[in-house]
Design a protein around this ligand. Structure first.
Ligand code: 13P
Length: 255
């Protein structure tokens, strides 16, 4: 077991990453989630990060108690980047946050730590909270490199100035994403403790207050256990965020 580190009381965040899923037909899930969240308010902040095509349509629903976020942004404000979206555009469409450096972007689009850092800076420039993801592959875990990998990603992907308000970290082991596999409680605790230590070393009090989410096969059935691990301050949820019933089931860990 990793050494427990006492940190100030941190309000958790449970964010749903819809990835490349959802058309107008799925907007009803957001309405259902809003109804559930307002019937019994969880003690965690709740967010949905839909594909960019749905962002302004979701924002038009004025989803009380459910904040919205983007899934990626270009580092520039505007310009000749066909197909890309800036942090300012996400903000304009109703986002409060943006996920950056997700392992799927790091893998599919070859995003380096340096590129991710520029996106975190772009998010801050636009007034968005950056949800910056780190995580090891199965090969790296088997080689005993997990802490080294996530610490290097953390170091390289965050700019010099970050606050607990404008930055959230998500630890997502690549092998746990969409696989139904999750690390043991002890493994989650070890990584989150190491991330907390690194954040405190670099950002002092702000690092102590920064949220560190766990992501990778979070489901209603395992949420309570995962969310009660020290230094786990919420979840980044993929598949189980697509249905209001499942996502609210995860939020039960905070009800
Ligand atoms: P799953 O919850 O589907 O494993 O996805 C996790 C994830 O990648 C969230 O960003």
């Amino acid at each position: 077991m990793a050494k427990r580190i006492s940190t100030p009381k941190i309000k958790a965040l449970v964010a749903g990453n819809w990835k490349m899923n959802g058309t107008g037909r799925q907007l009803g899930e957001v309405s259902k989630l809003v109804t559930a969240v307002n019937r019994k308010k969880p003690s965690a902040d709740v967010m949905i990060c839909p594909p960019a095509t749905l962002l302004s349509r979701m924002a038009a629903l004025k989803p009380k108690g459910v904040a919205l976020g983007g899934q990626d942004c270009n580092a520039d404000i505007e310009g000749a980047h066909t197909g890309d979206i800036s942090a300012e555009m996400l903000k304009d469409a109703g986002a409060r946050a943006v996920i950056v450096g997700h392992s799927e972007r790091r893998a599919d689009h070859g995003e380096s730590d340096k590129a991710v850092r520029a996106k975190v800076e772009a998010a801050h420039r636009a007034g968005l909270m950056a949800i910056m993801c780190v995580g090891e592959s199965l090969k790296q875990r088997k080689a005993g490199e997990t802490l080294k990998i996530v610490q290097a990603q953390l170091r390289g992907s965050l700019p010099a100035v970050c606050t607990a308000k404008n930055t959230v970290i998500a630890y997502e082991p690549v092998w746990a994403i969409g696989s139904g596999l999750t690390p043991t409680v002890a493994q989650v605790e070890e990584v989150h403790a190491a991330l907390r230590k690194a954040l405190m070393r670099r950002f002092g009090d702000e690092g102590a207050k920064m949220r560190i989410l766990y992501g990778g096969s979070v489901k209603p059935a395992n949420a309570t256990e995962l969310m009660s691990v020290p230094n786990v301050n919420g979840a980044l949820v993929g598949g189980a965020s697509l249905k209001a019933k499942d996502f609210y089931g995860i939020l039960q860990a905070y009800c």
